[in-house]
Design a protein around this ligand. Structure first.
Ligand SMILES: [Zn+2]
Length: 311
């Protein structure tokens, strides 16, 4: 998977920039690259700027984005680091699929002397971080773990063997395919071989939050479409884009439920739901004609709102 977009770079701010700085920089860049100013050539740049601002201006989204970025940088660093063993996924995920972990020191296997007792005293625990998509599909992870094996030199028959120290066993690396079932919770620990453990962490997803088997997301809906009703294209966590019906007069905050688009309940075929909370968006850019149309609406509706409800 390609590197996540650098929203900080796009907005020309430092990673530690406060909200005010981000806002100022966004406004400056949005003016500079607005399609009405820079024409077609600035369109992509303008989109990037808006996308970056949408994330960085929202403390929660920004935190999730930072986490995702850190996770990515971490994996990249590990990919380049020497002296690792490799944990791979066999589903063709590319970069996301290659995670290097500092596996267990091979001291026992290489020093020519080891005892099962000292090797099993510390239980090796590896951590693998999966994307939410990988958890939704289920995943297979290749892992190399030190396992006790019959001494290849004396086959357990020489009390004076220098390889196994007379114990008859040595620790040797052995490869395992660990199948991670769909719907696994973050922090779950799977047993590998006779004594090793694999902890499965799930990385934050920029679009969805998990709640049990349900997935929660905010769905951007243009105000005119929400007013008149219509369909919006939605890319679920996995699978192709689906058209989601938005009923007429849909208010901000309404939750649309897509049954069965969530995560599978472990060990069953039951799937959770995808819950999309409507976030209304005014047309962008807001044209002079839009102004006139909304002015007309404003005149037709004299109510002023102002009621307060507990959040
Ligand atoms: Zn031996």
């Amino acid at each position: 998977m390609a590197a996540p977009k650098d929203y900080y770079k796009i907005l020309e701010v430092e990673e530690k920039a406060d909200q005010d700085t981000i806002k100022k920089s966004y406004r400056r860049l949005a003016r500079k690259y607005h399609p009405d100013v820079s024409g077609k050539s600035g369109e992509d740049k303008f989109k990037d700027i808006n996308e970056a601002y949408e994330v960085l201006s929202d403390p929660k989204k920004r935190r999730e984005y930072d986490q995702m970025r850190m996770g990515y940088a971490h994996r990249q660093a590990r990919n380049q680091g020497p002296g690792y063993q490799r944990v791979t996924f066999d589903d063709g995920f590319g970069e996301w699929g290659s995670i290097f972990e500092d596996l267990f020191s091979q001291a026992g296997a290489d020093s020519g002397f080891s005892t099962t007792r000292t090797q099993t005293q510390h239980v090796p625990e590896e951590t693998v971080t999966l994307t939410l998509e990988q958890v939704a599909r289920g995943e297979t992870v290749q892992l190399t773990v030190s396992e006790p094996q019959i001494c290849p030199v004396c086959h357990g028959r020489n009390a004076n063997c220098t390889r196994c120290g007379g114990l008859g066993q040595v620790m040797e690396p052995r490869k395992f395919s660990v199948s991670i079932p769909p719907g696994l919770e973050s922090g779950s620990v799977l047993r590998v071989g006779s004594h090793a453990k694999l902890r499965v962490e799930v990385a934050a997803n920029p679009r969805f939050v998990r709640q049990g088997n349900n997935l929660l997301g905010k769905l951007m809906v243009p105000v005119p479409l929400a007013a008149m009703g219509g369909e919006v294209p939605v890319k679920p966590l996995i699978g192709d884009v689906v058209m989601v019906k938005v009923p007429p007069h849909t208010n901000q905050g309404k939750v649309l439920r897509l049954r069965g688009w969530g995560l599978v309940q472990r060990g069953t075929n039951v799937k959770g739901d995808l819950l999309l909370q409507v976030t209304l968006r005014f047309p962008e850019p807001f044209t002079a004609e839009d102004d006139q149309l909304y002015q007309k609406l404003r005149e037709n509706h004299k109510e002023v709102g102002g009621e307060i409800h507990a959040p």
